[in-house]
Write a protein that binds this ligand. Sequence first.
Ligand code: HEM
Length: 401
Amino acid sequence: MRQSRHTISFDLIDPARHPDPDACEAWRTLRAEHPVAWCEPDGGRPGFWVLSRHQDITAIYRDTARLSSQQGNMLSTLLTGGDAAGGLMLVVTDPPRHTEIRRILQTGFSARAMAHISESVRSATRNLMGAAVRAGGCDFATDVAAQIPLIAICELLAVPTDDRPAMLELTMTAMGADGSPESAEAASAAQGDILDYYSDLLEERRRAPGGDIVSLLATQTIDGKPLTDAEVLLNCYNIIIGGDETTRLSSAGAALAFIEHPDQWKRLKDDRGLLDTAIEEVLRWTTPATHIGRTATADVTIRGCEIKAGDIVTVWNVSANRDEEIFPDAYRFDISRTPNRHLTLGQGPHFCMGGALARVELRMLLDELRTQVEELESAGPVERMKSSFLTGVSSLPVRLR
Ligand code: HEM
């Protein structure tokens, strides 16, 4: 049966007015009453569909034949004319090119590569946590959670050890824009410097390739042709932007979740056997990427609503991960939850390439937390990210004993 279009009444674009996924009745109501809703065009920007149910969102993720990523995969680019990296950078490229680039990157994320990187991640996490415990506390978001993903990414791209401090600094600046014009300018300059750096690294890896991701991108071919420099650089950049802030937000969110749920903290400390399910619950609970976007390339009908070719479709992971139909007692943080079919890392052909790495980082973090820390307490106000795409804590002062 054809459904009339329900227009949503809350703001999904302005980060300052973004609904808090946990406090928000709005998502519950949408899931129950209007799982396929519409956000009206406004002031020159186009309208877009808003999907909130796990089942529908899974179907959209899997349907690359009728839903394209090439115009962009988040609202900020989809509403402003599309992503300039479309067709070049993996996450905003459609099959068949997407499948080929993904095949090249796959070796860089193999179990062997992960085992090697785990060692660096473990020792870095141990040292950072040790220093924080000795100091009696820290800002968990900036002093611990923010440091580890960059170390993992430098391993993945085999950034030479001497260059790492500068690269960490640049990446922090590139990702650290807080909305002020000065920080936006600094971020843009740092992004340029990062691309220049990888451009030099690319030349080196063409001359002397290794098994790392830059070397794979520099030397592998698709239909007998090498990737262009722009493709190589943008895909290095994809790894940095895909793997940095997201994992940081999950790690900082994990610490906050345990502070807010002392019963679950006790369970984690008492039982190392809960690590696997705890990692999945942290991923579900924190859901750093609020939404993902697509553009319909053919007409699609979902629950009687007619999505037309050319329409922008957004799927809300923050809502899917609290869908009562899939997760019993969905608003409860339960580190033994199983099954746990969260959509934090997406689904289908674009499923997160760094999922295994994110899990390695969380495993080391939770393991070091439970062994090195006896008491974990809040030591000041928590600050939250201001973004319509990413959600989580950007500052988390803690006392550690
Ligand atoms: C908790 C941490 C992470 C979260 C929440 C996350 C989330 C996601 C999501 C939702 C997608 C799907 C995008 C789409 O369908 O359009 C994705 C794709 C991707 N992620 Fe992650 N990610 C995380 C960690 C990482 C890490 C550590 C890396 C690499 C170092 C990474 C690299 C990528 C790449 C390359 C893609 C594109 C895959 C493709 O298009 O085939 N991510 N991620």
